[in-house]
Design a protein around this ligand. Structure first.
Ligand code: AHM
Ligand code: MG
Length: 336
């Protein structure tokens, strides 16, 4: 069998985003493209570290020393450093919020740009020792007033984000991105060092056959969630849904985008606000979900409508196929 010749017209992430910006005309300054270039570099750097983690002593606890007597950093602390350094150096950021840091970083005036980036540098890092997929999640806002930089800039509704995405570090590194005109997926070509467009215009199937919850928490779940789960496990059709739960949000959401179904991390009787963080977990994933034709809700309201009160707050989170999430909402709206 003859192999097809390799493509000589690769669409890189930068080329793709630049094309979008050019189409927007004079309003676009190219700043977002430059910021996304910085984010791409961090993803490549983190991907390399995740892959080599065991070999270069990155697994384990921060605070330990390696054989050379150097302080070791846990992979999530290292990933956070990588992100903060690159974003600050890009000159395009005003405020940064990281899961790893208690306080927001206000970028000093001389390096300041007009974007704010909220991110979880290495989500799912508790899985890393087992080689499970982990990822970086990010959301991008524009500052409220040009030149300024304050906490208010990152306490805006999720719907105000101008872009959001994640990079999943698995057998390959996949960067999924939306700048508000649909969702595209890019795969890192390690030889070229470029993210290449491999999943154009991702649309979540309107209905799936998979549910993804940590059902071990069922005894704490509120009634609508348990009633919904019962309905998909004991359906009149006799065809129950399949359970898939990796426990790494990026991987569980990624599968949900491609195959459809529902992902949920609800608030419950024990975790009153759920577990997932609003700013840098729920918002970016909700933004991508809606851009891909799905629904993202807390059960009581649209996630992107929430106005955050503090940068690390948590929220209940369900997202995925439109029909599946709407089925769940019926149990919230019409409790028996
Ligand atoms: P982390 O930010 O400390 O890594 O926690 C977030 C992770 C998500 O990736 C995942 O969806 C969730 O925690 C899994 O939680 P649980 O182990 O309670 O099911
Ligand atoms: Mg996290």
């Amino acid at each position: 069998i003859e192999e097809a010749p390799p493509s000589t017209d690769l669409i890189t992430l930068t080329r793709h985003v630049l094309g979008d910006q050019l189409r927007l005309g004079s309003a676009a300054t190219g700043d977002l493209t430059l910021l996304l270039t910085a984010i791409q570099v961090t993803s490549k750097f983190i991907a390399t570290n995740v892959r080599r983690a065991r070999l270069i002593n990155l697994v384990g606890l921060a605070g330990e020393q390696n054989v050379q007597g150097e302080d070791q950093k846990k992979l999530d602390v290292l990933s956070d450093d990588i992100m903060v350094n690159a974003l600050r150096a890009s000159g395009k950021c005003a405020v940064l919020v990281s899961e790893e840091r208690e306080n927001a970083i206000i970028i000093e005036e001389k390096n300041r740009g007009k974007y704010c980036v909220v991110f979880d540098p290495l989500d799912g890092s508790s899985n890393i020792d087992a080689g499970v997929n982990v990822g970086t999640i990010f959301g991008i806002y524009q500052v409220l007033n040009d030149g300024s930089a304050s906490l208010e800039d990152v306490l805006q509704q999720g719907s105000k984000m101008v872009a959001a995405g994640y990079t999943m570090y698995g057998s390959s590194a996949n960067l999924i991105l939306s700048t508000g005109q649909g969702v595209n997926g890019y795969t890192l070509d390690a030889a070229l060092g470029e993210f290449i467009l491999t999943h154009p215009d991702i649309q979540i199937p309107p209905r799936g056959k998979i549910y993804s919850f940590n059902e071990g928490n069922s005894m704490f779940f509120h009634e609508p969630v348990n009633a919904y789960l019962h309905s998909i496990k004991y359906p009149a059709s006799g065809k129950p849904y399949s359970a898939r739960y990796i426990g790494s949000m990026v991987a569980d959401v990624h599968r949900t985008f491609l195959y459809g179904g529902i992902f949920g991390y609800p608030d419950d009787k024990k975790s009153k606000s759920g577990k997932l963080r609003l700013l840098y977990e729920a918002f970016p994933m909700a933004f991508l979900t809606e851009q891909a034709g799905g629904v993202a809700t807390t059960g009581k309201q649209r996630i992107l409508d929430i106005v955050p009160k503090n940068i690390h707050e948590r929220c209940s989170c369900f997202l995925g196929s439109k029909d599946d999430v709407n089925d769940l909402l019926k149990f919230y709206n019409d409790p028996k």
